[in-house]
Design a protein around this ligand. Structure first.
Ligand SMILES: NC(=O)c1ccc[n+]([C@@H]2O[C@H](COP(=O)([O-])OP(=O)(O)OC[C@H]3O[C@@H](n4cnc5c(N)ncnc54)[C@H](OP(=O)(O)O)[C@@H]3O)[C@@H](O)[C@H]2O)c1
Length: 298
């Protein structure tokens, strides 16, 4: 397939390399203006076309791996309109980016994906695959539902990949995990495992109860006990990891809070549900972001 990866950061480079290794014609669209992107991985150097208009025109699949809040601007910055037959797959943490992609949802097959692989770029041209994981993909519209063959394509390149018939359910489950782990570890600047300490138990219980109420209002099947057990299982399994929001706050980068806790709050408001614990965490992260923005403007 002709595949264009928009946003060759950590996750985008991992998929670009794995899909190229598997024989696909892969190009990237990054922010650097060079016509090629080179990336070192496992002792080899991989080269991709970068920012070529032809690669947009001829793409069978566009894989968008920018952060949730960057999706709209990345798609808007392409030098060519996207062909209506091109499949678009959004792969990022958080929910709500579909609302930002405009008319593409009406014209193109659109898929959503979520992955638990870990990837890290120690420099702009180096990639480390820090942890094996699994990837779920599913349809965001009816045309996307006819693209199940992509499970095999992606699974062959970097297993394990599963097709999820109701990807929204999986994304909500991931959102629940992220609503708990990301803001708490970012605010307290602690690894995920710290959240297993007794002093966090009360707030985690309240956060999960709020998320679970909103999920029920959204008709997402949820069992409070199972969700709680799942979130603690993730906390233990990733105990030494620093969440992405923890790192974003540490490096004073814009976080994905608007597409994680922010999405939950928008959904809660729609259903008239109060989510005070999530509101407090959201305001805390937004205040931090605003402080850096005002410092940058000085
Ligand atoms: N890394 C992981 O292990 C991991 C695991 C699971 C899920 N995720 C999720 O996957 C998503 C991507 O994460 P990541 O760690 O790969 O982030 P990342 O390394 O920051 O990658 C995002 C890439 O998109 C580029 N970009 C931003 N705006 C762009 C634009 N307008 N046009 C073209 N490229 C643009 C960025 O360029 P600059 O570098 O110039 O900003 C960067 O290279 C996030 O939602 C994250 O939460 C990550």
């Amino acid at each position: 397939m002709n595949i264009l990866v928009i946003g060759p950061g950590a996750i985008g480079s991992l998929w670009a390399i794995k899909l190229q290794q598997d024989g696909h014609q892969v190009a990237v669209f990054g922010r650097q203006t060079d016509s090629e992107y080179q990336c070192q991985f496992d002792e080899s150097c991989y080269t991709f076309n970068n920012r070529q208009a032809d690669d947009v025109t001829h793409a069978d699949l566009i894989l968008v791996t920018v952060k949730a809040w960057q999706v709209a601007s990345a798609l808007d910055s392409l030098p060519q309109p996207i062909n209506p037959d091109t499949i678009i797959m959004l792969m990022h943490n958080g929910m709500g980016s579909l609302d930002t992609i405009g008319s593409l949802l009406q014209t193109n097959p659109v898929l959503l994906a979520t992955t638990t692989h870990g990837a890290f770029k120690p420099s702009s041209s180096q990639l480390i695959h820090t942890g094996q994981g699994e990837t779920l993909i599913g349809a965001a519209n009816a045309q996307g539902g006819r693209c199940q063959f992509l499970r095999d394509v992606f699974d062959h390149a970097l297993p394990a990949v599963h097709w999820h018939p109701q990807i929204e359910h999986a994304l909500w489950r991931k959102l629940a995990v992220n609503c708990v782990i990301n803001p708490l570890t970012a605010i307290h600047q602690c690894p995920n495992g710290e959240l297993a300490r007794p002093e966090y138990q009360a707030i985690i219980t309240r956060l999960i109860a709020e998320v679970s109420t909103v999920m029920t209002a959204e008709s997402i099947p949820v069992n409070l006990e199972q969700l709680t057990a799942h979130i603690y299982q993730v906390i233990h399994a990733t105990s030494k990891n620093q969440s992405s929001m923890h790192q974003d706050v540490y490096y004073r980068r814009k976080t994905e809070i608007d597409f994680i806790t922010g999405y939950l709050i928008r959904s809660a408001t729609k259903h008239g549900i109060a989510v005070p614990e999530n509101d407090t965490l959201y305001q805390h992260i937004k205040t931090l972001e605003q402080q850096w923005e005002s410092l940058n403007e000085l």
